[in-house]
Write a protein that binds this ligand. Structure first.
Ligand code: GLA
Length: 348
């Protein structure tokens, strides 16, 4: 990649950073309710190289070179995920000079495994290196989230950026989205996860995501609590039917995340799997973010012997994650799942 940088910009890179994709094992649509999530990094990543230049420009394989300016409004293309983080760093008081940026990534895009968060985090890390500064992981994640919310216009929570900034290979990250703190939980080698794309990209995701978020915020305000993190299952009975279903998912999902961490720490594959499958049902029935392709994929993951399976991330297409029991033969499990879901492909 250094050679590619030299070829593209005629100089050596001065700073380099990388950030991984993530799979969320359990705890979806809880982050914007101050709740809990349990992501884990995937073995694919985005790398960013950077050097001072006379003007801002960015290149990435498969895209034409882009000239951008973080002080101007977004261009509406991939370079917003480079410009946004640089704009947030400037707002936070870092004196980032014009830079040439090269991006390389083996993270599948639009698959729901946080390719945009990985790019934001890697850009912030490289720029900090370039200006000789350092920030804690949680601060890097917060700047990256702000870039996505304010510059890119996506109203996401902190899950993806925290997972990419603070995740460590082989460990799950119990994320408390209220305090912003993460606790690493080792994943025993008997816990093998498989992440599979259902074959359908995420559809109509943004409007529906914002609508779910609004329902959850409305539920909290009807209950008179700061966020649904503060509600118990018994509090939800008098909520209007549709808002009540959304709230029921969030409140139960928070409980499932904590129970899943206990199962992980106890090495209890069966209980962890059961919680994953309950989470999928709740996301499908109460939260309405599954699709028929995801439901089919999850059903065949279970029929082929997984201990548990669920959609992961925002839903509306993208990926599902399955936990294999210790004795399973992963190759024949995948042969059976892929046989029944011809469009599906193994992400990790
Ligand atoms: C997307 C968002 C996250 C989170 C998940 C659902 O990935 O970017 O903030 O809300 O959906 O858990």
């Amino acid at each position: 990649m250094r050679d590619a940088f030299r070829e593209a910009f005629g100089c050596d890179p001065e700073a380099e950073a990388r950030a991984p994709a993530r799979v969320n094992l359990i705890g979806d649509h809880t982050d914007y309710a101050d709740g809990y999530c349990l992501p884990m990094p995937l073995p694919c990543e985005t790398r960013v190289m950077m050097a001072r230049a006379t003007a801002f420009s960015a290149r990435s394989e498969g895209h034409p070179p882009v000239a951008f300016d973080p002080s101007l409004p977004p261009r509406g293309d991939w370079s917003d995920y480079v410009a946004g983080p640089l704009a947030e760093l400037a707002k936070a008081g870092f004196d980032v000079p014009p830079v040439a940026v090269l991006v390389a990534s083996d993270i599948p895009q639009g698959a729901g495994v946080s390719s945009s968060a990985a790019l934001e985090v890697a850009v912030i890390r490289a720029a900090l290196l370039l200006v000789g500064a350092n920030l804690p992981d949680a601060e890097v994640a917060r700047l990256a989230q702000r870039a996505e919310n304010l510059y890119c216009g996506v109203n996401c929570g902190i899950l993806d950026q925290m997972a990419s900034a603070a995740g460590r290979a082989g460990e799950a990250l119990l994320l408390d989205c209220r305090s912003g703190e993460g606790r690493l939980v080792p994943v025993p080698s008997s816990f093998r996860f498989r992440v599979v794309h259902c074959g359908e990209g995420r559809r109509l995701a943004e409007g529906a995501y914002n609508e779910r978020r609004a329902a959850v915020e409305q539920a909290a305000s009807l209950l008179g609590v700061a966020a649904l993190r503060d509600a118990a299952p018994g509090d939800l009975e008098h909520l209007p039917h549709d808002i009540g279903r959304r709230a029921r998912h969030v409140v139960a999902e928070n409980e499932r995340v904590l129970a899943a961490v206990a199962a992980l720490e106890a090495g209890d594959n069966v209980s962890f799997g059961r919680l994953m499958t309950q989470s999928h049902l709740s996301l499908a029935e109460d939260y309405d973010v599954s699709t028929s392709a995801l439901d089919r994929l999850v059903a065949s993951m279970l029929a082929a012997g997984a201990s548990g399976a669920r959609l992961t991330g925002a839903g509306f297409g993208g990926c599902a994650v399955a936990l294999l029991p210790p004795e399973a033969d992963a190759a024949s499990w995948w042969a059976e799942v892929s046989g029944e879901n011809p469009g599906a492909w193994l992400v990790a």
